[in-house]
Design a binder for this molecule. Structure first.
Ligand code: PLP
Length: 404
């Protein structure tokens, strides 16, 4: 039994009203709500433990360090990484991808070298590489998608050549809901001797990920999208790459010895963690990962798949409904437009009914160009959403459609 009633009680915000209506929160792709255990663990750390980590001999500093490093172990176990040396704390997926583009790019990419992205990438996995392009003159190649919103595999294979140095693709599209077979992406890239970065921002909240099964060289995700706090994320990376990459930023924590002439860097993963880390957020993230693991990601997946199928079926019957993304593996994200109703109008009017959806280009403008639209409305589901809430959304869309 998936105990949705009790699960919802863990999230106080779900009990609030918006404009006199019970909140229906369908903007989980942007960020998720936080369960009590996450907020309480962080409050407790601030009230009872707070001290800077890795630096103090005193009791509190050692306790805070223990919590921070225990959180790293929780992340390692969650990802099934081999070692905590492979787990770097960042501010989120964006920073993780920028770190790879910057440091891998610095070490291994030169003018004329190429990175392969896909047409469904979030801006964070495009612009990071464009910054490297401006600095080093690399080239960006793009895997096209078909009309169902799936990667075109033959085209992907054709993009490899002697200059290909990296493949960087999203695990799940934040617009189309497409679940990419990242194992296949990795196998093809590795056949060409090319490493792969997977953007796991939209996969980690919805189903279990296993670094040994995926085989990617780098994997990025954000705490706030998986019921954890804002301001913390993770970059997983194989030691063979991390060892050979230069640091991202300079400062405290990431050094061994400093003179004005020369600095030696700390061991992994600290080489990539300059400055005071958000050690309270790491505790919050660990509690969030414990929380989803306790419910069970397989059960969360089954619940959200049921919701997605139900929503697709009900929404598909609304006259004038256009749903974007029909991949055979479809995650808990539905992008749509109805007739000629502007996405902003739809979003604003749904909001008045207490329904929170996302509108706009979803930080994926190149994908919007491919779809031939300026923006869409996006409903994205989380572990606490219900079929009844989908009914409220469908009724809301029908009401808005009647107004136009
Ligand atoms: N990648 C994807 C696929 C996303 O959906 C997002 C956020 O929406 C990001 C990257 C960026 O995540 P963050 O803003 O947490 O760094």
């Amino acid at each position: 039994m998936y105990d949705i009633e009790n699960i919802r009680k863990d999230f106080p915000i779900l009990g609030r009203e918006v404009y006199g209506h019970p909140l229906v929160y369908f903007d989980n792709g942007a960020t998720t709500q936080k369960p009590r255990c996450v907020v309480e663990a962080m409050t407790d750390e601030y009230y009872n433990v707070n001290a800077n980590v890795h630096r103090g001999v005193h009791f509190l500093s050692q306790k805070a360090t223990e919590l921070h490093e225990a959180a790293r172990e929780t992340v390692r176990s969650f990802l099934n990484a081999r070692s905590t040396s492979e787990i770097v704390f960042t501010r989120g997926t964006t920073e993780s991808i920028n770190l790879v583009a910057s440091c891998f790019g610095e070490a291994f990419m030169h003018e004329g070298d190429e990175v392969i992205l896909s047409e469904m990438e979030h801006h964070s996995n495009i612009v990071s590489w464009q910054l490297l392009q401006a600095r080093k003159g690399i080239k960006i190649r793009v895997i096209p998608i078909n009309d169902d919103g799936e990667l075109m595999w033959d085209e992907y294979e054709r993009l490899f050549n002697a200059h290909t140095r990296m493949v960087s693709v999203t695990h799940v599209s934040n617009v189309l809901g497409t679940v990419n077979s990242v194992r296949r992406v990795v196998d093809i890239a590795h056949d060409h001797g090319v490493p792969v970065l997977v953007d796991g921002a939209q996969s980690t909240p919805h189903f279990a990920v296993d670094m040994q099964a995926i085989g990617a060289d780098f994997f990025a995700f954000s705490g706030h999208k998986i019921y954890g706090p804002t301001g913390i994320g993770v970059l997983y990376g194989k030691e063979q790459w991390f060892d050979r990459m230069p640091p991202y930023m300079g400062g405290g924590e990431m050094i061994q010895h400093v003179t004005f002439e020369h600095t030696t860097f700390n061991e992994l993963p600290f080489k990539f963690e300059a400055g005071t880390p958000d050690y309270v957020a790491s505790t919050g993230l660990a509690r969030a990962l414990d929380y989803v693991s306790r419910i069970g990601l397989d059960r969360i997946y089954a619940h959200e798949q049921d919701l997605t199928r139900y929503a697709l079926e009900r929404m598909g019957r609304i006259p004038g409904m256009r749903i974007f993304g029909h991949a055979s593996e479809h995650d808990a994200v539905i992008s749509f437009l109805v007739g000629h109703i502007h996405h902003l109008d739809m979003g604003t009017l749904l909001d008045r009914l207490g329904i929170a959806v996302r509108t706009g280009h979803h930080c994926a403008e190149p994908l919007m160009h491919r779809l031939g639209v300026e923006g869409t409305v996006r409903a994205s589901f989380g572990l606490y959403n219900t079929r009844e809430e989908v009914d409220v959304l469908v009724d809301g869309i029908e009401r808005v459609a009647k107004m136009f």
